[in-house]
Every structure is written in C-alpha cells, then in structure tokens.
Design a protein around this ligand. Sequence first.
Ligand SMILES: [Zn+2]
Length: 334
Amino acid sequence: MHYIVFDLEWNQGKLGKKDRHHEQIPFEIIEIGAVKLDENKALVDRFQELIKPKVYRDMPQIIERMLHVNMKQLSQCRPFVQVCDDFLEWCGDDAVFCTWGNQDLLELQRNMQYFKMKPLEKGPFSYLDVQKLFSIDCEDGKSRRNLEYAIDFLRIEKKEEFHRASADAYYTAKVFEQLDKDVEQYCSYDVFTLPETKEQEIHKIFPGYSKYISRSFPDKASAMADKEVSSMRCYICDKNVHKKVRWFTPTGRFFIGVSQCPVHGYVKHKVRLRNHALYPSGSDCVYVDKTQKLIDEQKLAVILEKRDKVLEAQKKYQPVKRKKKQPKDQPKDQ
Ligand SMILES: [Zn+2]
C-alpha cells in the first residue's frame, strides 16, 4: 500500500467571463503535484507536472503571480488527459489518496469527467483528508486550518514556497507524517460516484459515531421513504429501538431524530439529503448522508427544544379552520 499525497492548482479563467463550460468544469487543473509514501510514511517518490489548458485561455493576474506561472508557459505543456493518465499510473493500484481538504479529489474527477476519462472508482471510496486529521489529532476536530498554519503549528521547516502543487503536496505529506497513526481510522468518503446497488452502500462505524452513504434516489421524497434511511436503529447493537424524537427538520436541508437503546442510551440520527449529478450520465439525483451518534441527556434537551420550536412554527402557519356558524334561533350548548 502507498499513500498518495497530492495537490492541484487550477484556473477558472478571468472572473465575470463565465461561459457554458463553467458549470461542468469550474476549475481547470493546470498542475498536479504529489508525494508517494510507503506504509511507514517514508518518502518513496515525487510527481509534478504543469498542464496545457484547453477550456480557459486566460488567467487572473493574481493567480499568475501566486503560482509563478503564466499562460505562455502552460501552452508548452502536455494536455490534462496525458498528464492525468501518467499520474494515475504512477499512483499504482494500491493507492490511498491523501489531500488537504476535500476539494482536490472533487476537482480531479470533475476534470476527468469533462475530458471523458474513465471514472476513478466504480463507487464511493475512502481517502484521508489530512486537514481534518490534523484537526482531530492536534485541535478540536472541528476547526479547519490552512496548510501553513499546520506547518507552523508542527514546527516543520519551510523549504519551498507555498501555493505550488508540488510544494503543497510535500507540506501536506510532512504534516501527515507527524500525525498519530490512530487518526487514520477517521477516513473520509469520496462520493463523486455513488453506490449503484444497496450492497455497495457505505456503512462505517467510527469511534463515537457511524456513517451511512446511500445509493441514489430520484428525489427527496423517495429517499425519505426508504426504510434504511428513515429507520432509527441503534448503530452499535443494530437493534430497532424506541423512537424518542420523531424526524423533524429545522431548516429543510436535514432531518433529525432520536432513539433510545436500552443498552447504549440515546442515539441521535441526522439525515442530510444531498443533490448530486450521476457520473457519467450527469442526470440529477439525491443521495443520503446519514450520521448516528450517542448523545447525553443535555444534548437531548437541546434537540427537544429545537423540535418544539419547529412544531410551534408549523402550528402558526397552518391555515385556521373556520368554525361552522350555528343557526341563529338555536340555543348554544351550555
Ligand atoms: Zn444499542
């Protein structure tokens, strides 16, 4: 197994000049930089190549200055498909991708899709988001710092200038090297390609919570009607347990429910419905990202308060039913 720590630089053309390509390929990759590490995180090899752009023929000056590269230089380079093919071959079949944040894998695949390359994988795959792992290992697990902050925090020597794919990949690898091996269990899932069948769906138990990534559904209603999505089983013992708080939605973007397991206590269930475009067809669909977490009495009280507010608001906006008028000459009930 090899860790492939990679970073991309991309260009989105001059701002304000959005055209029909922009939706399919908002960021055109102009450089791939990567570091290959062995299982013990020792450096094995490096990869770096600039790419000749095909979609955006101009670049904002600020990007030129930041990357120290201009369009004339890029025009001498090889096109994306050739560079990406070589990069993927260099990665090998046993690669675990590592990136700073979650955007690089998305943009890599969006570019691959635009240039009609084969999908990276046939379904979701796990990768390591070093930005997240740094937060779990060194901070509160929620913060998301920039790469230079992590380099300073870990007192890593700054040998190369930031904001070049090759240097940023190198620095990301340096941060990754210093993290506790244990944090690697907190992997992330790339969902550019969704599970096609129920069997391919992701069910993963992390320390303290679990994650479920569904296959695609045509719309939100059919997603919420799915048994697996709407169930509130205890993720630890997998038993169908008592529903304490039925599904409600504070914002319309996600749903929350709580169940009570006699053995493990309160389990909070959160369902996020996400819009998605199927790969390679590009047709619209919805998938579910569901997390389940053990909570205490205090957190339950906060959820109950939120739920009551939602119910209160629903009551307010419900049309008031008019009372039937009683005939005038009949006495009212006493
Ligand atoms: Zn349980």
